[in-house]
Design a binder for this molecule. Structure first.
Ligand code: HXC
Length: 286
């Protein structure tokens, strides 16, 4: 069964705006990234999603293909973003089968709650390697294709056909510090730095590089892992601390993604789009 559009995409976006475009997404089997890809596919894109779990990734690819009749969505499983070679192989397969890579979502992440004293140095390194090194590898492996797409869709500000764009999915943990998140906060600070650097290095060639930081998004693995759903009392405390007084939805993240990849995002690069209902400014939020 295909999901109703209203659950993952605003009515503001026109069908077909990503017609003939291709998105490559790491972490595409997860709740947030799959919603981002579903929105792009609905609006015309074809997609390739990458994940560590082959079965989960392939099942998600089949589900995403239902967002639009005729959509092509490839799921490539058993790819670890820490391994540049396997990532490069997936990138080449995506470009060969779908013809190009116009947009990239670097979304693969790993996380758990642990105090500094409860982290082994291997645990700390593992999260840095998945999030930070994985994001770098994703950029490195897709860059040749992003450059081609950016050249083809020159970012003049009037051009409605866009390409050569990357979004890194980050977090707000490092803005003020977040207890039990030393590893993820450090990792995501690095992700933000990679995005900002890419915006400067490749802006002259027409590439845009931005960060989206989801806050407490309902029904996601991140929320489940980070304790928001652990018990009623902690869930209530998280909820009360969200200034907008609601959890975010995957649609909120998908709409931000369409905004940055479509021509509404033509002059936005090196930016961080925080989609969290101002939660990070509110001390007791996740
Ligand atoms: C302390 C832990 C731990 C925990 C694992 N480790 N879990 N340490 N507390 N809860 C330690 C292990 O003991 C080991 O250290 C080291 O981490 C590596 O663990 P492995 O299992 O060998 O690594 P790996 O198989 O690569 O697993 C990576 C992982 C795992 C991150 C640890 O949780 C994972 O695969 N997660 C993928 C999915 C995921 O996390 N998605 C959520 C993203 S949410 P030692 O010393 O024993 O060798 C997100 C935030 C969203 O990013 C924000 C929303 C608000």
């Amino acid at each position: 069964m295909a999901l109703p559009r209203s659950e993952y995409l605003s009515d503001a976006w026109k069908d077909g705006i990503f017609c003939n475009k291709v998105v490559f997404c790491t972490g595409g089997g997860g709740t947030i990234c799959s919603a981002q890809v579903r929105a792009l596919v609905h609006l015309g894109a074809n997609a390739c999603i990458i994940g560590r779990n082959a079965g989960k990734t392939e099942r998600m690819a089949q589900s995403l293909a239902k967002a639009r009749e005729g959509a092509k969505v490839i799921g490539i499983g058993a790819v670890d973003v820490r391994d540049l070679k396997s990532l490069e192989a997936a990138v080449h397969r995506c470009a060969n089968e779908l013809g190009a890579i116009d947009y990239v979502i670097a979304g693969a992440a790993g996380n758990f709650l642990a105090p500094i004293s409860g982290l082994s140095s291997n645990a700390f390194r593992t999260v840095l390697e998945i999030d930070t090194l994985g994001s770098y590898n994703t950029l490195k492996a897709t860059l040749p294709y992003l450059l081609v797409s950016a050249k083809k869709n020159q970012n003049t500000g009037r051009n409605k056909s866009t390409g050569g764009r990357i979004i890194f999915v980050s977090a707000t943990f490092h803005y003020a510090g977040t207890p039990l998140q030393a590893h993820a906060a450090a990792a995501k600070a690095g992700v933000d730095a990679i995005s900002a650097t890419a915006a400067l290095e490749y802006g002259p060639q027409g590439i845009t590089s931005n960060v989206i930081t989801p806050g407490p998004i309902a029904n996601t693995e991140g929320m489940a892992r980070l304790g928001g759903n652990e018990d009623q009392e902690s869930a209530d405390a998280v909820f009360r601390s969200i200034p907008l007084q609601r959890y975010g939805t995957v649609k909120d993240i998908a709409d931000g993604t369409v905004y940055l990849f479509s021509d509404t995002g033509n002059y936005i690069t090196g930016a961080v789009l925080v989609i969290d209902g101002a939660s990070w400014r509110s001390p007791s939020a996740l």
